[in-house]
Ligand binder design. Structure first.
Ligand code: NOJ
Length: 748
């Protein structure tokens, strides 16, 4: 085989790329702006030819070195200018080893856990010849109807920004060029999580202050952490689609934020400019996107077909095109591909005989991360941990669900590798002595239309396979298992497809078939432990009133069954905290902790007309942001401040003593919130500004100190200037966002 010889002049990036651009034909330049999905869109044979002809710059959806090598050979050995192709893929929470979904990772409130999971994902992906991922997904969302909430990290700008940084650091490692690093493309820029009504792909309308204060910070954090790319959102923003939004992509992203990397359209989004109604034809759509600053066009041929004529006629300036090409080539340079296009693909001799081989997984890491990702919502009458040696009935449609436990966007994860809850508990029970009875008890839903919808979205195989027995027979079997047991564990919630792209819901309830099962189990009088698997906050009023314990596990990934079992039997004390508010009902949406102050707030315990409330049910969330219980108890002292005034440029310290007052070792997350009660504009009732996770032995006490300076007090005012205004501030510290201790100080 021919060998790749690096071109001369590689030492100087800018000069090298300029030199290359000077030698490129118009068609070759346009070719570099195409990101093509391998699949039904284009056959492999055709792709080889297109790449060799210089008409494709990047591909996605090939997931092994063996698949990628011939594509790279076509580019780096056979195309006229030998420009390497880039391989991308959606590696959102793991590649072959699947880690917990975004909401689960966020529930750990542990940035090292987040970074580690991204590091493993990057190393596995790079070992498969992949260079780039469309992640992290850092869209803030306050609307659990939106199915894509599962991919993100919740509702809070501060927490999501921290996670964005940790993810980028994990994916990109110390150097983008390292053979085990992949490039992060943060998404979806911007505001995708705020689609109206939580309906996917819907429009977004938002005030600039809300944008700057609440929704934009995580994208900026990802960029500041060095994310090489940004994916442009599918939605419009105040009437202008992100894909044609010059303000967004040029003024804000590149201008104000100084972003120097690659912008990538979302799937088919440039063509969709016609559907949005801002482009009359493909020619206009291509012009709008390239002029707005969309470098790489994903999964369409619109740049290929329209840009030649647009540039030749002078409608689009060649400089505009060159700027986009420069970003694409710059990415390839940074990824080290011009030095060695095969640095991630490696030699054929090194290809694993079986890409899905067990030894390629990182199970220990996945189990460790999954243990951190669960949130204990309820635990009454000592229902948890389960007594080792007890007789346990395990029921529910998600008890033995190897696909669902991986969650959506599970990249190259294979369900044959998943440890289901049934497997995990069986192993634990076998090791401990005890009994486990399993009965499915119910289908995830009995609504045939929903099953059809969920299966329609999966092209590989139907994911939702119905047990054909009558619902009553399944429930009767589960009730019988419960009667013969000391405790019942019910694994219920959503199939993974229910919390996915294009899976918005109008209800947040556990589907009726599962609720009926739970009601029958409740009637047995046995302790009832719910293990929830779901990708969004659910409305859990009934469950809270009727279950003895509720463990929110989200989707825990490849090692989920082991990790959940570790928590259920008390080998691990859960320490996760909610990264998002759980509303009581869909009618309360949006329900988020950091809402603005209002003129007529409702005060708990002081009902009255003409205050802001819903009158049919209690106000406030069912479970607040930051909430999560433990098998032990903690106390938090009053807040101590090192001073009552803060001079500009200075810091003061806010501290509390946290004590483990229970019988077991356990971790918790101490959370710092700040409120600016009188400002030039209405400000949130509180905002997270710091957190610390700490492990305490029984009886142990630790003082936790947070430094507070101007940085924590700044916000974007009505003129979008970032300011810290003088006056009083309230510091609130607690173990969730609702139950806090408060002290005030003055900023001079
Ligand atoms: C569409 C999704 O919106 C985006 O998040 C994803 O990266 C692309 N498809 C590619 O799969």
């Amino acid at each position: 085989m021919q060998r790749y010889v690096p071109a001369p002049g590689l030492e100087n990036k800018a000069a090298f790329i300029d030199g290359l651009i000077a030698r490129m034909t118009l068609d070759e330049k346009i070719g570099q702006l195409r990101l093509i999905s391998i699949g039904p869109e284009m056959t492999k044979a055709r792709i080889y030819d297109e790449i060799a002809a210089g008409r494709i710059g990047a591909t996605f959806n090939t997931v092994t070195s063996a698949e990628n090598r011939p594509l790279q050979e076509a580019a780096a050995l056979r195309s006229r200018l030998r420009i390497p192709v880039t391989f991308a893929y959606d590696i959102v929470h793991g590649h072959r080893t699947i880690f917990p979904i975004g909401l689960g990772l966020a529930s750990s409130w542990d940035m090292e856990v987040v970074r580690q999971s991204a590091r493993v994902a990057a190393a596995e992906a790079a070992a498969d010849g992949i260079d780039m991922t469309f992640a992290p997904m850092v869209d803030i969302s306050r609307d659990p109807r939106w199915g894509r909430m599962s991919e993100g990290f919740g509702e809070d700008p501060f927490l999501v920004s921290e996670i964005a940084r940790a993810s980028v650091r994990g994916l990109q490692g110390d150097s983008l060029a390292a053979p085990d690093s992949i490039m992060a493309v943060a998404k979806h820029f911007a505001l995708y999580g705020a689609v109206e009504g939580g309906r996917d792909y819907n429009t977004v309308d938002m005030s600039p202050m809300r944008m700057y204060n609440d929704y934009l910070p995580p994208y900026r954090a990802a960029i500041e952490a060095g994310a090489g790319g940004v994916m442009v959102a599918l939605n419009s923003i105040n009437g202008v689609p992100a894909t044609s939004n010059t303000w967004l992509l040029r003024d804000l992203l590149r201008g104000q934020w100084g972003f120097k990397g690659l912008t990538v359209s979302d799937h088919g989004a440039i063509t969709e400019l016609m559907q949005h109604g801002v482009a009359g034809d493909p020619r206009e759509a291509a012009r709008l996107a390239v002029e707005a600053g969309v470098d790489l066009s994903m999964a369409d041929s619109i740049y290929l077909e329209q840009l030649p004529q647009l540039v030749r006629s002078g409608t689009v300036r060649e400089q505009t095109l060159d700027a986009a090409v420069r970003e694409v080539l710059g990415t390839k340079y940074d990824l080290g591909l011009f030095h060695d296009p095969f640095r991630r693909i490696g030699d054929a001799a090194r290809d694993p005989a079986d890409a899905d081989a067990e030894e390629r997984l990182h199970r220990a890491e996945a189990r460790a991360v999954a243990r951190e990702s669960m949130v204990l919502l309820e635990n009454r009458n000592g229902a948890l941990p389960l007594r080792k040696g007890a007789r346990i009935a395990l029921v529910g449609p998600l008890a033995d669900a190897p696909i669902d436990i991986m969650g959506s966007w599970s990249a190259s994860g294979k369900f044959k590798h998943s440890v289901t809850l049934l497997q995990g508990m069986r192993e634990a029970v076998a090791a401990q002595g005890g009994q486990l009875r399993h009965a499915r008890g119910a289908n995830a839903t009995d609504d045939a239309r929903i099953v059809e919808y969920l299966n329609f979205m999966n092209w590989d195989m139907p994911e939702v396979v119905q047990d054909q027995r009558p619902a009553e027979a399944m429930i009767a079997e589960a009730v019988e298992a419960a009667r013969q047991s000391d405790a019942v564990v019910a694994a219920v919630g959503e199939t993974r497809g229910m919390s996915h792209e294009s899976s918005s819901r109008t209800s947040l309830e556990i589907p009726a078939s599962q609720r009926a099962l739970l009601a029958a189990l409740k009637a047995t009088g046995k302790p009832l432990v719910l293990v929830l698997m779901n990708g969004r906050p659910l409305a859990l009023g009934w469950e809270r009133d009727n279950a003895d314990a509720i463990l929110e596990t989200w989707y825990t990934g490849t090692e989920g069954g082991h990790a959940i079992s570790d928590v259920l039997f008390g080998d691990v004390n859960p320490a996760g905290k909610l990264p998002i508010t759980f509303p009581r009902s869909v009618g309360q949406i949006p329900q988020y902790y950091n809402h603005l102050r209002i003129g007529r707030p409702f005060t708990e315990g002081q009902p009255g007309n003409y205050t802001s409330q819903y009158f049919e049910e209690p106000n406030g969330p069912l479970y607040p942001f930051g909430y999560g219980r433990s098998y032990t108890d903690f106390s938090v002292s009053d807040v101590a401040l090192s001073a009552d005034t803060l001079e500009r440029g200075g810091t003061l310290s806010a501290s509390v003593a946290v004590k483990n007052t229970g019988q077991r070792a356990g971790a918790t997350v101490v959370q710092l919130y700040i409120e600016d009660p009188a400002a030039s504009v209405a400000r949130p009732v509180k905002e997270l500004k710091g957190f610390r996770k700490l492990m305490l032995q029984p009886g142990e006490e630790q003082v936790v100190r947070f430094a507070v300076g101007e940085e924590q007090l700044r916000f974007f005012n009505a003129r979008l200037e970032q300011v810290a205004e003088p006056g009083r501030f309230n510091v609130q510290i607690g173990l969730d966002s609702r139950d806090v201790k408060q002290r005030s100080f003055e900023l001079r």
